[in-house]
Design a binder for this molecule. Structure first.
Ligand code: GUN
Length: 287
């Protein structure tokens, strides 16, 4: 039976550490970290994510600054807001929830965020730092994946890792983090030919394709560690709506360890966002 990697418990550990860091920053430097969240439009999934982020931000003792803007907000208003937040000393982290409405150029908006406040790690400066292994703020979900992997893997050097998914939010950055740990990394996606055979060679499988149940039991070699980043809303055969991952969980008994959906990677994303915010606040406080 595969070990179930408990993301809820790991996220609680990270959040506890963040709360202690927040308290120390206040005690030693008189600073309360602040996280600004910008949500444009009424996308229901984004609203759920943002509400969760705000609730946990407050619970960790971080100041939450919210900007909810209508879907038809002109792009120039969002750019002006980012400029204001960049210059606000009470704001240490800025998060613009994606996707943005279609009339906006997301890259232009993200590029304007001060890299030192880019707690999502999406700014090209932070992407460059990650790919050159020179620090910076690291995207939250990939960071969470690595913490979960570290809970079951002692030595990464030389392991073979397959990442399924090539997004800027998960696939590419998690591949960089695995490479940094000296794994041999193959980045694949749903159009990769011979995907099952490639996955069969992997000691570590990170599934982030957004395709429910894509990874089947006979794709995964015995003893592999499987991280399921998929959060797919499906209607089950009984007619009920539920969340399911990119991995056929019931077929993974032969894996060494696997993250469930829900309760695996999901809770780690917000915990790592809070961790990045405190890191940014400490960096802003100076030595
Ligand atoms: N939309 C889906 N995932 C994310 C994320 O990690 N950060 C932001 N800003 N938007 C998202």
């Amino acid at each position: 039976m595969a070990e179930r990697i408990d993301g809820q418990a790991m996220a609680a550990t990270v959040s506890g550490r963040v709360a202690r860091d927040v308290a120390n920053l206040h005690k030693m430097r008189g600073i309360v970290p602040g996280l600004a969240v910008v949500l444009v439009g009424e996308d229901p999934a984004s609203q759920v994510y943002v509400n969760g982020k705000i609730a946990q931000t407050r619970a960790a003792g971080i100041r939450s600054i919210e900007h909810r803007l209508p879907a038809d907000t002109p792009e120039c208003h969002v750019l002006a807001l980012i400029e204001t937040l960049n210059h606000d000393p009470q704001v240490h982290g800025i998060l613009v929830q994606l996707p943005l409405p279609a009339h906006m150029n997301a890259a232009k908006v993200l590029d304007l965020i001060d890299p030192a406040k880019d707690v999502d790690g999406f700014h090209p400066v932070n992407v460059g730092r990650l790919s050159t292994g020179t620090g910076g703020l690291v995207p939250c979900t990939p960071l969470g994946c690595m913490l979960l992997l570290e809970s079951v893997i002692g030595e990464f050097r030389g392991l073979s890792a397959v990442v399924i998914g090539k997004s800027n939010i998960v696939g590419k950055p998690v591949a960089m983090l695995l490479l940094e740990r000296e794994c041999t990394v193959t980045i694949t996606h749903i159009h990769t030919q011979g995907l099952p055979d490639i996955v069969r060679g992997a000691d570590i499988v990170v599934a982030a394709a957004g395709s429910p149940g894509l990874v089947r039991g006979d794709w995964v070699k015995p003893g592999a560690v499987v991280i399921d980043v998929g959060i797919n809303r499906i209607v089950a055969p009984d007619g009920k709506r539920r969340l399911t991952g990119d991995v056929a969980f019931a077929e993974m008994d032969h894996a060494r360890a696997i993250t469930p959906v829900p309760g695996g990677v999901g809770p780690m994303t917000i915990a790592c966002l809070l961790s990045n915010t405190v890191q940014a606040a400490w960096a802003a406080a100076g030595p």
